[in-house]
Ligand binder design. Sequence first.
Ligand code: ATP
Length: 298
Amino acid sequence: MELTLSRVTKKFGKKTALDSISVTLREGVCGILGANGSGKSTLMRILATVMRPTDGSILLDGKDIFQLDADYRTLIGYLPQQVGYYRNFSAERFLHYMASLKGLTKAQANKKVEEMLQWVGMEQHRHEKIGKYSGGMKQRIGIAQALLNDPKILIVDEPTAGLDPKERIRFRNLLAATATNRIVLLSTHIVSDLEYLANNIMIIKDGHFVQMDTPTALLKAMNGNVWTVATTNELLADYQQNYKVGNIIRRENGIVVRLLADEKPSRQAVKAVPNLEDLYLYHFDDLNETRPISLHQN
Ligand SMILES: Nc1ncnc2c1ncn2[C@@H]1O[C@H](COP(=O)(O)OP(=O)(O)OP(=O)(O)O)[C@@H](O)[C@H]1O
């Protein structure tokens, strides 16, 4: 199965949210990595056919998804960033409602709702109202509804935003278990979501396609660009001014800075093994703005 995007463009008035994206997606998890506002949700909405592109085409095995229409929609599962849950519905009622919208028969729905409630560990909460659920519980019901029709293409938009670490890991594990024999598209700006999950990572920036490759290949390309440097408080500002700086670790006898540089930034710098945070920092340069630098006290 192949989903082929050719020159997919989306404009909102003068704003170009997606600019001529061409890429082919195959089975496995593809993580779409981009800073806030880079166009991830727009791309997901278009792939879910909630929105049409201004230009370009998307073919599923050679057929236009908008022409396939309902035949395409029966193949997809979509968990949007914001789900309009019915707060007064219980999980069980909500899943039955979604199953009927997806065209499952009563017998199919009974079987699938039961299976999903158990799979996401919500069987004990099935009669409670969704309005009372935690963020993580809502996301588990969200992924359950997306999988009711056993979709061949699963689209999940920033599913772990706002979840606590335990729920995030739980959700990631659920997603990992769904990845065989489907195209799974997962948008995120949280790199750790992709570490264990993604077969491929697509990087988009300001609506542009930057690159797509396996995490291993993306990290290999950064070999020799990531360094750690033991320094002092006084010299820290210099490094921050001249390099993209990631984690700063404070130790009793000084500071260790992780930074990106094409060449050895100082005599005492030591080459580090690149990780996905470095990749994010390399492309987006806004680690310091979007997330506070973690100050580990050793
Ligand atoms: N309906 C809309 N009308 C006007 N502009 C929009 C609309 N939807 C998105 N945009 C703009 O398009 C750009 C891409 O937005 P999009 O929501 O796709 O980004 P994103 O990467 O998903 O961001 P986030 O991580 O914050 O959700 C942004 O500049 C956004 O303001």
